[in-house]
Design a protein around this ligand. Structure first.
Ligand SMILES: [Zn+2]
Ligand SMILES: [Zn+2]
Length: 209
């Protein structure tokens, strides 16, 4: 059996749907193209600064618009599917890291060294804010020594909280800050009281009374 070539069927359909023949755009001849590009090339070879200028002008003209468009697109995509976008970003970073391990490591080493004092100050600032928001002393025994104080999860869901916030003490506090320092379920305990109430027991301070 001989199959009709698909292209013939297509032509048939297009004739039914669109009876007026579509005229193709005039194609510039090869000679014209080569003449034009040769002329342009010669011109820019004679004036290299013009070429540079024109490129710069075109770049600047579209830069703002293009950046805004890209930003808008990413924003929309993030709103639509945050999980996917996060995964994409992570994969992209991962692939960049794999391709430039030494470069990234060197950069991180240098960067973290330079940033260390600032990060330290920033962490202290967050902790200060936290202590101020929650009264600045242990709500069990009243001790106010700064270095003893810790965040107490009243409902003993600290493990989950740590996991959800990529677990370190600063991310915990940052999460609270983001949520406007909720007082429900969180308070300050000193390390002793925190450890004593770890598995849901009452603090010895409470038992004495
Ligand atoms: Zn205490
Ligand atoms: Zn206590």
């Amino acid at each position: 059996m001989i199959m009709e070539p698909a292209i013939n069927q297509l032509n048939l359909f297009s004739q039914i749907l669109c009876p007026r023949p579509v005229k193709p755009l005039p194609v510039p001849t090869a000679r014209a193209i080569s003449f034009r590009s040769k002329y342009r090339k010669a011109y820019y070879l004679r004036h290299p600064e013009k070429l540079k200028e024109e490129r710069k002008r075109r770049y600047l003209k579209y830069r703002e618009r293009e950046l805004a468009r890209r930003q808008e697109h990413r924003k929309k995509a993030r709103l639509k599917n945050p999980e996917l976008e996060r995964k994409k970003a992570r994969d992209q970073y991962r692939s960049y890291f794999d391709r430039n391990v030494d470069k990234v490591r060197a950069y991180k080493r240098r960067y973290s060294k330079e940033r260390r004092p600032f990060v330290k100050a920033w962490k202290i600032k967050i902790r200060d804010e936290f202590l101020k928001e929650y009264g600045g002393k242990c709500t069990c025994c009243g001790i106010a020594e700064r270095s003893f104080l810790t965040l107490e999860h009243i409902n003993h869901d600290g493990k989950k909280h740590r996991k959800d916030t990529w677990g370190n003490s600063t991310t915990l506090l940052l999460d609270l800050k983001k949520r406007g320092w909720p007082k429900d379920g969180f308070t300050i305990f000193c390390w002793n009281c925190n450890m004593a109430t770890r598995f849901g027991q009452a603090c010895p301070h409470k038992e004495e009374k």
